[in-house]
Ligand binder design. Sequence first.
Ligand SMILES: C[S@@+](CC[C@H](N)C(=O)[O-])C[C@H]1O[C@@H](n2cnc3c(N)ncnc32)[C@H](O)[C@@H]1O
Length: 243
Amino acid sequence: MLKLYEAKNVGIALAITRLFRQNRLKNIDDENGHLFFYHYQPKTILLFMPFLKILMNRIDLFAEKVKNIKTVGAVDFTSKYAIQEMVERPEIRTAQCIIELGGGNGCITEGILKEMQQPKAQLLSFEINEKFCELLQEIKDKRLTVIEDSAEKMELYMDKKGIKQADVILSSIPVSIMPDEVVEDIFAIAKKRLKPNGLFIQIQYSLLSKKLIEKTFGPVDMSWVARNVPPAFIMVSKNIVSK
Ligand SMILES: C[S@@+](CC[C@H](N)C(=O)[O-])C[C@H]1O[C@@H](n2cnc3c(N)ncnc32)[C@H](O)[C@@H]1O
């Protein structure tokens, strides 16, 4: 697929120089005192297409995050280390219903689905960003329902599905930059629709909402994951319901 050019005379050398300037020749080799030029044929470019596509998707996603920084609240998606810390729990393996708040690109969603073990278990993932919802829809798993709506509407969709309460709620919505009253609303609804002793798990980059989580659900068990950009706190609280 590589085409070889040998600079045998000045005319060819000049033509090659021109191609170089136009950026159509990429590599030079030196053999037996001759200069050889490699010209990438369109077929070679086809080989790189999958990588180019991945790169373009990444650039696209990054642009989407920057454009919506006020609602996304992060420069990168959650790392596999933080995801492990969030999802590797017996409560997720035995859960019949899990709610995810802020599905994003689906990185935590996929982690949850891998960990879920009950055949009839359901995962409802809420996400307000249209583009991220398209990505979430690409996860082909019958247990997953992607809901393009705000976490505040949790009850509406749970009622539609006949789900009274969830076993676990995992949240990666950017609570520290959201208005206090919205966060309080979402947490209050989450408490109402979370089973007694059910788990509420929040990933955050600061400790700003720790007190509110404690006040709403119960004592917080906290860990810190350095291998995340930025490093993150994982807060886990058991839903204490007073009788
Ligand atoms: C920090 S990103 C997390 C994305 C992904 N889950 C991850 O962990 O990398 C927060 C996500 O929450 C979404 N979001 C923000 N407010 C929301 C809300 N009220 N309801 C549902 N999703 C929300 C944003 O669009 C964004 O995709």
